[in-house]
Ligand binder design. Structure first.
Ligand SMILES: C[S@@+](CC[C@H](N)C(=O)[O-])C[C@H]1O[C@@H](n2cnc3c(N)ncnc32)[C@H](O)[C@@H]1O
Length: 308
């Protein structure tokens, strides 16, 4: 897909990356069929103990605790996105013109890299478990549960992805909170799978593809058909550079208060829906969708559930 069809920056400059996903009219039967198919597939090779995988995690998807990088990524670009900056002497370009061209490209890439806001990576729920040397049962109890979970959507009847999965808050989520990172395989444009339902543009002509490698981020549905256009998404995708490692990551930030039990929803962007023949009203990003830090009160702490 062309770069311009993948607008990850909204009109007002805030980041809002569209996921490139399949057509929205999935019937329940189709989804169940897909699920059975997936279950028949062999488990995807994973370094994670199956007992530690999140509830409802699809067996065909490898749970990732950190990005995996496609081998075709240019080494200089890989250094940038992973936060390493090689010294000139370490670069092994062939001849003088290639060196000059590579140097120019590197400068451009580095200045783009420097413009990415700095953030702080948060460890995912499975990361802390998998990196522990303790036994499965004891490590599981040590890991703080994440404030979200993957749920099969069975209601309301008008939900557009009924029979499929979504990500739901298990506690009240405060606006501005960095909830999780979209972890996946990082793939150069030239190798991007146009059929993938779980891609998101990262930077430097690289895409995130969580179709068969990912984390909880791959379950965030689009808000359309679930929340009104005025309400908009309750989370947004924010590109940032980890202060500690320099790695470029895609964070998911809470825009509006999310009560316990409510679905976590982003916007896939107009281009996504357009490419599937669906017109979406309004702007790519509406003013009212910005983070509302005031949408919170101390009452939200503690009692945050709603009767179903
Ligand atoms: C990135 S995945 C989201 C998680 C997905 N529900 C799952 O179980 O893997 C994208 C898929 O969800 C569907 N989807 C997400 N939000 C939607 C919405 N608001 N309306 C229709 N389909 C949606 C897409 O059609 C696509 O199949």
């Amino acid at each position: 897909m062309e770069q311009e069809e993948r607008p990850y920056k909204s009109d007002d400059g805030s980041m809002c990356a569209p996921l490139q996903v399949q057509a929205p009219d999935i019937s329940k039967q189709q989804c169940q069929g897909q699920q059975q198919e997936h279950e028949q597939e062999q488990d995807h090779v994973s370094t994670i103990d199956p007992a530690l995988l999140p509830v409802n995690w699809p067996r065909h998807v490898k749970y990732l605790v950190d990005y995996e990088y496609h081998p075709a990524i240019d080494p200089a670009v890989l250094d940038l996105v992973q936060g390493r900056r090689r010294k000139k002497s370490e670069r092994q370009d062939q001849d003088q013109s290639t060196i000059l061209q590579a140097e120019e490209e590197r400068c451009e890439e580095e200045s783009a890299y420097d413009e990415i806001p700095i953030g702080h990576a948060i460890p995912g729920p499975v990361r802390s478990l998998s990196t522990s040397s303790l036994t499965t049962s004891s490590t599981a109890s040590l890991a703080p549960p994440p404030p979200y979970e993957i749920r099969l959507i069975t209601s309301p009847p008008h939900h557009p992805v009924l029979g499929s999965f979504g990500l739901f808050a298990t506690e009240a989520l405060r606006p501005g909170r960095h909830l999780l990172d979209y972890i996946s395989l990082v793939v150069p444009d030239a190798f991007a799978d146009p059929e993938s339902d779980h891609t998101l543009y990262l930077s430097n002509d690289l895409n995130l593809d969580a179709s068969v490698h990912g984390n909880h981020g791959r379950f965030v549905n689009d808000f359309r058909g679930i929340r009104s256009h005025k309400e908009g998404p309750n989370v947004g995708w924010d590109l940032y550079r980890d202060a500690e490692t320099g790695q470029i990551r895609m964070g998911c930030k809470v825009l509006k208060k999310i009560r316990r039990g409510k679905e976590i929803l982003c916007t896939y962007g107009k281009a996504y829906w357009k490419s599937r023949g669906i017109a979406v009203k309004g702007s790519e990003w509406e003013d009212g969708w910005d983070t509302d830090l005031d949408d919170w009160s101390s009452e939200e702490e503690g009692i945050v559930g709603e009767f179903p």
